[in-house]
Design a protein around this ligand. Structure first.
Ligand code: GLU
Length: 408
């Protein structure tokens, strides 16, 4: 993942006319902290967890990005994800560089109190390098507004002042923003509208398959259903459901558990692999990395793919899809809605003045549409695939900031 990211970063910088030194600086995070976090478990024992925080580059502003709690977290993955955050912030023209954090753990096997102690321990461990003007964390895979609340509380105890701007994705009563919870899915919805418009297909009646029923996938299925599209497939960790006439999304949302599982309640299921190959107009991978690879890319029937997850398609598969004329809206563009509304949350915290949901949604739409058009334009005029176009649009701001500062 890191290696593939570095390959495209290099291509993007060279195509933009930057030299080897810039590539050398931006191919790795400028800072990577590894921490060990002792946590007292409910049974009285102590378990030591490993966590990371990567800061890619802060030339354009403080670094920004989520923290994931997942058993599969690795240092390499966190580094790649921090570079992707630079790209998302660059495409949306936010005054940030990219950051990312992760802790190797399985929240599904931990109690509420154990999770609280782990969240607070992680903040204590990284407190020296984060802060509202340095590096601003947020939710990511299996972390939520409650975890952000504990982290913010811990940080305000260490710094001895109330600091809502330290972290985003907070509950509303603690300085969260309207529209943050649904932001990624709203952004993906806007990207589906733009991509379908570019191909001349109406959203009304379009067939959509969504892989993953977590924060992004479940809200997206809801918005698509409300917009009159047909959600023909959804999936979660256990499997997938399929109905060519469109699934009853409100019913499925109702029965979903807190980690997004619902397919385990049904007998007639498909596998996640089969979901990707369904007959549909738009495929939305909204789960985890490396789902569309050289092994299955040729069997994907969708003409439009909108990546709501981070890194669902490998580089090889990206090239295969591009050659077949599939329009792929890459993750660093399609899933930028989350960090855009995080930026709005941080601005509101800094001002102490809060916006309505309508204001947030309108501003989000304007930024996402501009991002899509920038990337699409580069894709058309420079004749490059959509991923390289997104990397070019995304890395430009940080590279320019680095040059103005005289670092390279
Ligand atoms: N974790 C989200 C992402 O990967 C959001 C980051 C943020 O809001 O800072 O884009």
């Amino acid at each position: 993942m890191l290696q593939a990211t570095q390959t495209v970063i290099e291509q993007a910088l060279l195509s933009l006319g930057y030299g080897k030194e810039m590539v050398d600086l931006l191919r790795e995070p400028m800072r990577m902290m590894t921490v060990r976090i002792p946590v007292r478990m409910d049974d009285g024992s102590t378990q030591v967890f490993t966590g990371f925080r990567a800061q890619h580059n802060d030339a354009a502003g403080p670094t920004k990005g989520g923290v994931r709690f997942h058993p599969g977290v690795t240092a390499e993955e966190v580094k790649a994800l921090s570079i992707w955050m630079t790209l998302k912030c660059g495409i949306a023209d936010l005054p940030y560089g990219g950051g990312k954090g992760g802790v190797i753990c399985d929240p599904r096997r931990m109690s509420f109190r154990e999770l609280e102690r782990l969240s607070r321990g992680y903040v204590r461990a990284i407190s020296q390098i984060v802060g509202p003007t340095k590096d601003i964390p947020a939710p990511d895979v299996m972390t939520n507004s409650q975890i952000m609340a504990w982290m913010m509380d811990e940080y305000s105890r260490i710094r001895e002042f109330d600091s809502p701007g330290f972290i985003t994705g907070k509950p509303l009563v603690l300085g969260g923003s309207h529209g943050r919870e649904t932001a990624t899915a709203r952004g993906v919805t806007i990207m589906i509208e733009e991509a379908l418009a570019a191909s001349g297909i109406p959203l009304q009646g379009a067939r959509i398959a969504v892989q993953g029923f977590g924060n992004a996938g479940s809200f997206l299925a809801k918005f698509m259903h409300e917009a009159g599209a047909k959600v023909v497939g959804i999936s979660d960790v256990h499997g997938a459901l399929h109905d060519p006439e469109g699934l009853d999304i409100p019913h499925l949302l109702d029965r979903r558990d807190s980690f997004g599982a619902v397919t385990n309640l049904f007998k007639d299921t498909l596998s996640n692999e089969e979901l990707l190959e369904l007959e549909c107009d738009v495929l939305v991978p909204a789960a985890i990395e490396n789902q569309i690879t050289a092994a299955n890319a040729a069997r994907i029937k969708a003409k439009t793919i909108v990546e709501a997850a981070n890194g669902p398609t490998t580089l090889e598969a990206t090239h295969m899809l591009h050659d077949r004329g599939v329009l792929l809206v890459p993750d660093v563009l399609a899933s930028a809605g989350g960090v855009i509304v995080s930026y709005f949350e941080w601005v509101q915290n800094n001002q102490g003045y809060y916006w309505t949901e309508r204001e947030v949604d309108d501003k989000l739409r304007a930024m996402m549409v501009r991002g899509f058009r920038d990337v699409y334009e580069l894709h058309r005029t420079r004749r490059v695939d959509m991923r390289l176009a997104a990397y070019m649009a995304g890395v430009r701001k940080t590279a320019e900031a680095v040059r103005y500062r005289g670092w390279v």
